[in-house]
Design a protein around this ligand. Structure first.
Ligand code: SF4
Ligand code: F3S
Length: 463
């Protein structure tokens, strides 16, 4: 059954989706978008009244796993939801038509829904030898991508291959594979890396557009923050074992059976940004670490090159300290910056007090007005003015018996008389609260994404 243009909710009703299922779906989307549950009614209202948004799904140089991830949803009901909500009008993989009929469907959809459809690209775009490694309908895939994406309201690069070339673009590749962003620009591009892409993140991206009429906020790589804003490691259900130094040391060992941390088996969770632990795959059924396999960082740029070997820890960023991890180096760098900041605060405090003291000396050394000069206004009276002449000779800063305060630093308890002649000037002596050392940032709090003081994962081996 083809969804009608009366709105997605009526299309879903026609497919036998109950209101309860629909509400649950909207609540799940709010969770996927990292929104409070109170947004679920707003999402439901937006989806319910939204017109059908067609999708043109292009498949380039890839294994096809991203389209498969969309089709292989575990629950038939939610699968229907996805297929209704993300209405695929053109897909070489999914559509029944082929050949000229398929080409006609593509051109008709582009003409009918110009600037109102989503272009989803799966797979990389080969550029070598003028793009002959990727042909669609006899045309170079690069040109098809440009044409389709130029007429779309937005483009979604689904999966790591579409984001940066993926496996085809890894070292040794001969096809010049690149991501979609290298061909169509990044203004209206949403990158959803992953191998494969998580269908829930793709759906949530569309739902965000339907609800807020704009694409979700993205990082510098075009990845939505709701999905790629946190480290896998920080959301992992095995994190407590990492903290306690409980690691799997061999596949199938007792620690593996107990579900301990896979860090020493090469898990790249500490270096990978993705929401896999919370949104999971297969309708929330599982994700790699839950299934007993370490994260291989498949959402990270060029992960085939940068995250491999997959079963070894990443090398230390410091060649002279091969056992250090990125996290440990980052933690040390943070502590160093915090210490420098504290030192700077202390130095500022001392400097301000000394400078303030010199300013007062400078005030005392102001030339005495000549006989013809007008007397200075009361508020501009230099500090020594109110003091008796014999107690404050013109060379006040010179250490004399009458003016000894310079050598011992004036303190709050006993400000020297010469330096604090009036009550009006007294606050100056105690002034610099903003540079109080006690207010300088301390080195205690780690950043959100920085791991808390971690046990040295290299020292204690679990028994
Ligand atoms: Fe989870 Fe991997 Fe981090 Fe261990 S290293 S806590 S398995 S993400
Ligand atoms: Fe990929 Fe790691 Fe998630 S391997 S699927 S980013 S847990």
């Amino acid at each position: 059954m083809t969804p009608s243009d009366d709105g997605l909710f009526s299309a879903l009703m026609q497919r036998g989706v109950s209101r309860r299922t629909f509400v649950k779906f909207c609540a799940a989307m709010a969770g996927a978008l990292a929104l409070p549950a109170t947004y679920a009614p707003r999402i439901a209202a937006a989806i319910g009244s939204a017109p059908r948004i067609p999708i043109i799904w292009l498949r380039g140089q890839g294994c096809g796993g991203d389209g498969d991830a969309l089709l292989r949803a575990a629950s038939p009901t939610v699968s229907e939801l996805l297929l209704d909500l993300v209405s695929v009008d053109y897909s070489e993989t999914m559509m029944a038509a082929a050949g000229a009929a398929a080409d006609l469907a593509l051109t008709e959809t582009m003409a009918t829904y110009s600037d109102r459809y989503f272009a989803v690209v799966e797979g990389a775009v080969p550029l070598a030898d003028d793009g002959v490694f990727g042909l669609t309908g006899g045309r170079v895939f690069r040109d098809v991508v440009r044409e389709v994406c130029d007429g779309a309201l937005a483009t979604i690069a689904a999966g790591s291959c579409a984001c940066d070339g993926g496996l085809a673009g890894a070292a040794g590749g001969r096809t010049g594979a690149v991501g979609v962003g290298a061909v169509v620009g990044t203004d209206r591009l949403v990158n959803l890396p992953g191998c494969p892409v998580n269908a829930a993140n793709l759906t949530a991206t569309v739902v965000h557009y339907l609800t807020f009429n704009e694409l979700p906020p993205r990082d510098v790589r075009g990845r939505p923050l709701f999905a790629y804003g946190g480290l896998v490691h920080n959301q992992c259900e095995r994190r407590s074992h990492f903290e306690y130094g409980e690691f799997v040391l061999a596949w199938g060992d007792e620690a593996a059976q107990k579900g301990w941390c896979l860090y020493k088996m090469g898990c790249k969770g500490p270096e990978t940004f993705a929401n896999c632990p919370t949104i999971r795959y297969g309708e929330g059924a599982s994700w790699p670490v839950k299934a007993g396999h370490g994260c291989i960082g498949c959402t990270m740029p060029a992960f085939w090159d940068t995250m491999s070997p997959f079963y070894q820890r990443l090398p230390s960023p410091l060649p002279f300290a091969p056992d250090l991890t990125v996290d440990q180096v980052g933690g040390a760098a943070f502590a160093g910056v915090a210490a420098l900041t504290a030192a700077h605060g202390a130095a500022s405090y001392v400097r301000q007090r000394v400078l303030g003291h010199r300013t007062r000396r400078g005030d005392q050394q102001q030339p005495v007005p000549g006989p013809g000069s007008a007397p200075p206004p009361a508020e501009a009276t230099p500090p020594e003015a109110p003091e008796p002449a014999e107690a404050t000779p013109p060379e006040a800063p010179e250490p004399t018996e009458a003016t000894p305060p310079e050598a011992p630093e004036p303190t709050e308890a006993t400000p020297p008389e010469v330096l604090v002649p009036t009550e009006a000037t007294q606050p100056e002596a105690h002034e610099p609260p903003e540079s109080e050392p006690s207010r300088a940032p301390g080195p205690a709090e780690p950043p959100v994404d920085a791991p808390s003081p971690e046990p040295d994962p290299f020292a204690p081996e679990p028994g």
